[in-house]
Design a protein around this ligand. Sequence first.
Ligand SMILES: Cc1cc2nc3c(=O)[nH]c(=O)nc-3n(C[C@H](O)[C@H](O)[C@H](O)COP(=O)(O)O)c2cc1C
Length: 343
Amino acid sequence: MNSVANKYRSIFGDAVLALAPMAGYSTAPFRRICYDEGADFAYTEMVSADGLIRGGEKTFEYMRMMEGERFTGVQLFGSDPAVMAEAARIAAQNGAAFIDMNFGCPVKKVIRRNGGASLMRDLDLMGRIAAAVVETVEIPVTAKIRSGWTAKDENYVEAGLVLEGAGVDAVVIHPRYRTQGFSGRSNWEHIARLREALTIEVIGNGDVTDVEDFIELRRVTGCRIVMIGRGALGRPWLFRRIKDSLAIEAGVDVGPEVVVEGGIGETVSIADFMLRHFELTVSWDGERRAVSEMRKQFKWYLRGVPGAKEYRLKLMSAADADMVRSILRSLKEELVKRWRKLA
Ligand SMILES: Cc1cc2nc3c(=O)[nH]c(=O)nc-3n(C[C@H](O)[C@H](O)[C@H](O)COP(=O)(O)O)c2cc1C
């Protein structure tokens, strides 16, 4: 193992689970809940390097960390090496545990500015950005890539080698092409091949939604660390489930399983998680913003919960925080009632 890999390991310790960067979702309150449930490290939503340099208040807002966050990296996007390096310096000064560079984002707004997955088409520039950032900050630097722009010009191994050469400490791959967006299945074979090609840590990502997926991704790829995105939305306890299953495998007693996956017990605890997530967001953003910010998160919690439509509609139009609290209280009562009937 080379010295870069050693540095990475000593900083990330025995981490196995990361919460993915998700614009609009991986906010400080959600990260905090995921940490409480067992995530080892997490990422901010993507932050514009240009915005940071200009000193935009809203951009700085994305970097704010909440008490109790374990190890949160700031994810930057941009296409100018000097701007990315300066933004990384600012992020490091403002409490980033590490810097992640976004070379995988497929959305037009980012691509138009030659950021995100656009850099998969210009590995020379990607390498110069990475080298400039690595040279500027003392904290670890990681990068997140896709499999390539299209299947025809698949180049994730070349990209990984460029990043390793630039001194990056770890690479995350979401193994889909830019042109795929989120369609199809992510190709875990790409993660395995990248891992074989690099000496630095490769973090696997893509379509992990339960304990079995986590085990299978690690089996197929040999990765130690798995990053979870959509699987944790509305289901932050997935981290705990995975940690419990690892503990059980290691012969540790984790106590009785309180929540049965997919069962009515799970739906009862959903109401508690929703309320906790809401109150954390109130404490973070104030009541008014929390009421509107939480709508999209509530939708994920209520996905697949039988009979929840009426509550979802009410939450989408709730006018103030007390109304949200009262809807969540009745949701909980209703779920408990149903659970008692079934028990
Ligand atoms: C709503 C949403 C927002 C996302 N925002 C970002 C982002 O800001 N930066 C990034 O690198 N990836 C972003 N992603 C991609 C995820 O980090 C992750 O790579 C992808 O969702 C695949 O993992 P999953 O199958 O576990 O969700 C986003 C994904 C979703 C669903």
